[in-house]
Write a protein that binds this ligand. Structure first.
Ligand SMILES: [Zn+2]
Length: 226
């Protein structure tokens, strides 16, 4: 299925935070991943709308997410919500209302690039986001925020995870922009002068004669007494 519009939001908000553990906050990480995913959808030419809500209660966040999604045309649209799991487990899973195959594909893709335990596709028809968006929707639980190892991998591989999500949904590979070429190596001793010497004389007159001769030929010269 080719989608012509993909909405993406990060779950929760600063005022209505989701899970947290070991100094990691779900709404913060979900937003970091969401920004990378949106940038990559755009880079492969897919129209994307950010439907993140910063509302101050959990129910207001969910209602605003769905409202923003449903304000978009329904045909060819996919609604995606990004979360981190918690509760003592490990690995990735993708929750769905009707899009089982897509959910499984996205979970496979994240597991492939991270080595996470692949918890796979899970039907969750009761979830507000999945139930109240008018287009097909998936909710990605990228990993467990209370697993130190999951978070270590997330911190190291967030770009790969974003690429994997975009490839699984669109079929299009994200081409990472090439790193900028290294600037030419600067000479550490840039104040040094490299001098070309043409002669050394005991007699100052001889030096002056050679200097005059070189000047006539258009070579700038100066005399140094050592
Ligand atoms: Zn969440």
């Amino acid at each position: 299925m080719e989608y012509n519009l993909i909405t993406v939001n990060a779950g929760h908000s600063a005022k209505a935070p989701g899970a947290g553990a070991n100094g990691y906050k779900e709404h913060v990480y979900a937003r970091m991943i969401k920004d990378k995913v949106i940038a990559r959808f755009k880079s492969v030419g897919v129209k994307t709308v950010d439907t993140t809500s910063n509302a101050s209660t959990p129910s207001a966040v969910l209602a605003e997410q769905a409202k923003k999604c449903n304000a978009q045309p329904k045909g060819g649209r996919l609604d995606v919500s990004i979360h981190l799991n918690s509760g003592g487990g490990t690995g990735c899973e993708v929750l769905y209302y009707s899009e089982k195959a897509l959910a499984a594909k996205v979970s496979d893709a994240i597991a492939d690039v991270t080595g996470y335990k692949n918890r796979g596709a899970k039907e969750r028809k009761e979830l507000y986001f999945l139930r109240n968006t008018s287009a097909p929707a998936i909710l990605i639980e990228v990993c467990f925020i209370d697993s130190k190892n999951d978070m270590k991998i997330l911190n190291a591989k967030m770009n790969d995870i974003a690429n994997a999500i975009v490839k699984a949904i669109t079929g299009k590979s994200v081409h990472e922009s090439k790193p900028a070429p290294k600037p030419p190596k600067k000479d550490d001793n840039k104040d040094d002068l490299y001098k070309v010497q043409t002669g050394a004389f005991k007699d100052k007159g001889n030096a002056e004669r050679l200097a005059a001769e070189l000047k006539k030929r258009g070579v700038s010269t100066y005399i140094v007494k050592e």
